[in-house]
Each structure stands twice: as structure tokens, then as C-alpha cells.
Design a protein around this ligand. Structure first.
Ligand code: ZN
Length: 421
């Protein structure tokens, strides 16, 4: 394509983004940072001593797509027990952009934004090698950074993963040992996942993992199918609460509930897509033709990679607050969709009315939960919302180990955790 065409392509793209309601401008949001955070008053000022366990243990739980606010949909006595006796992000945990499952889960365990940990979407093509990353890709070259299980094992401690994106990737000190690392299988009942984790506490004390992950794919699976306001979500949330109750009871029976640090999070929220906010790239042909082969993904992340020879120069920078640049894997043209919008190549009259996520993390609907419970978390404390890249440092701080460098704020943990005695 001639240079002149390139220029016109670029301006047309901008026009296109404006015309079709896609915003590449920054939306206002307040992000909490270490300087502005002030935890609410708590009578406790030091971590509680361990009674039965010999060393600190963290169980990191993810309930996929647990939108902030779901905890009020129905009685959730077990989740609320953790909230009441623990520390909560009062207005939710802020996911990283794009608010998708793999980028966020991997940010939680590395403390890195997707541009730095390399998992820039759930699905993408590497423009250099032509290889495609999918949710099943386990080759270590995709997965940058140092996830918590690797950090933990590097320090001579034991880590156990009952599912987590990236946990089966053998990298550095982590070789996904069969005793402590479960290959993903969504059919494994949630009860079995919890029973396995509880079983670790029956091992001799030097075999109890210091760090464990547990992952539940609900209520995300229901959210995609029926949207966030359907009774099926309420049911799924009640079920997650029941599973948390099972974990609590099992830990109590073993006399370790008050010794274990439980961090319960989600990866992102969910928004309804029932408002008919549909855009079809084909309808834009009079202004600009975007061949299907250029489009890496449609929604909620519109990622377009034109072929070699077409070099779009976007005049307006993508908002820096999204930290979504400086990685060659990221497509050169990203359409930041307004909340609830869906984009497709053409109108096939297959409109769905359900739920989606992946949008700008400034939207409140994309927020999820953060609850910390255990000896390092003050009881009944509320902290302002923060981004999930802070969690990595929080875990290494609880375990008293030196973490790898990351995008979290080194001192952040001091605002959320109780100091050691
Ligand atoms: Zn998810």
C-alpha cells in the first residue's frame, strides 16, 4: 500500500473508531496507589502468631468472573464470614486490561501487566513466529515473568496448584510435579478440588505446601451464557459460597483455619450484552474496508493487525493507564470498545443476549472481589480498590520471601497486611 494510502487508512481508522462508538480516549477513573491508600481503623496492629502450622501458608482462590457485587445477590454466609473477619477491598479489585481470564490470572501470580508477562489476550498470534497462543499453550516461551509457584519453589518451599492459567508450564524451578500440580480439567467437581487442598494439611508438616492455588470456573461460565443478572448466576454464587464453606470447615477440623492466609479473588467482572450494541465492520466498507484476515479478535478487544507494508501510525496514544503497549505481540490497532458493545465482521443475525468481559478496566462492571483472611489480615478492615498486580508482593511478603521484580508497588503490602510481631 502506498504511503498516501497509509495516511488515509490511519485517519479513516480514527474516524471509524469515533463513528462506531469505540472510544480510544481515556475514561476517568481513580486508581488507588500506595500513596493515597489509608486502611480503615482496626484494633489489631500486628499479625497473629501461628498456632499449629510451622510456617505461613497462603491459599489463593479464584472464582472466575465473580463480578464485584455478586456477593450481595444472595445470602453468602461463608464469603461474608471471610469478609467480616478479614480484610476486603471495599469497592472491589481492579483487573488489568484487557479484562480477560488468562491475562488477569497471570497478572495476579506475576505482579506484571500483560505487556510484561506476555499473555496479552486469551488468544493471539505472534507476528514474528506466526505461532498462535491459545488457552492450551504450555510452551514456556509464551509465559514471561516469574509466577508465584516458581518464586516459592525457588526459595526451597513447596507450592501446589489446583488449576491456574500458566501453572502447568514447566519453567525455571517449577516442573509441575504430579503430587502438587493438577492438569486442568473443568469436569473435576469443585468438592474434589477443595478435598485435595485440605488433604495437603494431613501431610507431614515439611510436606505441606506454603502456597496453594484453587480455581473455580464459575460464575464466569454462567455469566457468558446468561449475563450477570440471571437467576443462574445467583445459583452459581450460592454454590461458590457453599464450596468456600466446605474449605473453611475442613480447615477448622484440622485446627488450621486461623493459621492459614486465604486470599479470595476473581479475575474480572461481567456485563450484560443485551442492549443491542452491535457493530459490524462490513457496514463500514463505504469508508474503509477491513479484511477479515486483518482482525485478530473482535470483542471486547478489537485487535487489528494489517499485513506487512501497511504501517498505521495512530496519532492518539492508547491510554497509558491501561499499560497495554510496548509488546510486539499487541496488535498495532486496538479498538477500545464502550461497555457492552460487540463487534463482528458482518451481520449474520446471530445476536446474542448474554454477558461479556474484556472491556476497559475503568468500568465498574469489570471489577471483581478481593478478600484476605488469616493471621496477616486485620479483622473487619476495609481498604480502597487496587489493581491485581499488587497481589504478588502481598503473597511473597506473607511467606517472607524475596519476590521477583514486578509492576506492583513494593511498599503496597504494608497497607493491606499486618506487620509481623
Ligand atoms: Zn475469567
Amino acid at each position: 500500500m502506498a504511503r498516501k494510502s497509509v495516511v488515509s487508512f490511519t485517519s479513516l481508522i480514527e474516524l471509524l473508531l469515533i463513528l462506531i462508538g469505540i472510544s480510544i480516549a481515556a475514561a476517568p477513573i481513580v486508581f488507588a496507589n500506595a500513596n493515597t491508600l489509608k486502611a480503615s481503623y482496626s484494633v489489631e496492629n500486628v499479625a497473629r502468631p501461628l498456632v499449629k502450622l510451622k510456617r505461613p501458608v497462603v491459599i489463593l482462590i479464584s472464582s472466575d468472573g465473580f463480578r464485584f457485587g455478586y456477593q450481595f445477590k444472595t445470602p453468602t454466609p461463608n464469603i461474608h464470614r471471610l469478609i467480616r473477619n478479614g480484610t476486603e477491598a471495599e469497592t472491589g479489585l481492579i483487573p488489568v486490561f484487557p479484562t480477560l481470564t488468562f491475562p488477569n490470572h497471570y497478572s495476579i501470580v506475576t505482579g506484571l501487566y500483560p505487556a510484561y508477562h506476555g499473555i496479552i489476550a486469551n488468544w493471539f498470534t505472534d507476528p514474528n513466529s506466526g505461532e498462535t497462543f491459545t488457552k492450551r499453550s504450555q510452551e514456556p516461551h509464551w509465559w514471561l515473568g516469574e509466577p508465584l509457584w516458581q518464586t516459592v519453589v525457588k526459595h526451597g518451599l513447596i507450592a501446589a496448584t489446583y488449576f491456574w492459567p500458566g501453572s502447568e508450564v514447566k519453567k525455571g524451578s517449577w516442573n509441575c510435579p504430579p503430587k502438587y500440580c493438577q492438569p486442568f480439567n473443568k469436569k473435576v467437581p469443585f468438592e474434589e478440588r477443595v478435598d485435595t487442598v485440605l488433604g495437603y494439611f494431613d501431610l507431614p508438616s515439611d510436606e505441606i505446601p506454603s502456597f496453594m492455588t484453587v480455581y473455580f470456573q464459575d460464575p464466569d461460565s454462567q455469566g457468558h451464557r446468561v449475563g450477570p443478572d440471571h437467576p443462574e448466576i445467583t445459583e452459581a454464587v450460592a454454590n461458590i459460597d457453599r464450596i468456600i464453606g466446605k474449605l473453611i470447615t475442613g480447615l477448622e477440623k484440622r485446627g488450621v483455619f486461623d493459621d492459614v492466609n486465604i486470599i479470595m479473588v476473581g479475575d474480572h467482572g461481567m456485563v450484560g450484552t443485551c442492549d443491542g450494541k452491535f457493530l459490524y465492520l462490513e457496514d463500514l466498507a463505504p469508508w474503509i474496508e477491513i479484511p477479515e484476515s486483518w482482525v485478530q479478535s473482535y470483542y471486547p478487544l478489537l485487535a487489528i493487525r494489517p499485513p506487512a507494508g501497511v504501517s498505521p501510525a495512530i496519532v492518539e496514544d492508547f491510554p497509558a493507564r491501561l499499560h497495554y503497549s510496548a509488546n510486539y505481540r499487541i496488535s498495532p490497532i486496538i479498538g477500545l470498545l464502550d461497555e457492552g458493545f460487540m463487534v463482528e465482521q458482518r451481520n449474520l443475525s446471530q445476536r446474542t443476549c448474554a454477558g461479556a468481559h474484556g472491556y476497559d478496566n475503568a468500568y465498574f462492571s469489570m471489577r471483581t472481589i478481593f478478600i484476605g483472611h488469616g493471621p496477616k489480615f486485620a479483622k473487619g478492615r476495609k481498604v480502597p480498590s487496587f489493581e491485581n498486580v499488587q497481589i504478588y508482593n502481598m503473597v511473597t511478603s506473607i511467606l517472607n520471601i524475596q519476590g521477583a521484580s514486578n509492576n506492583g508497588t513494593a511498599s503496597f503490602s504494608n497497607f493491606v497486611l499486618l506487620p509481623n510481631r
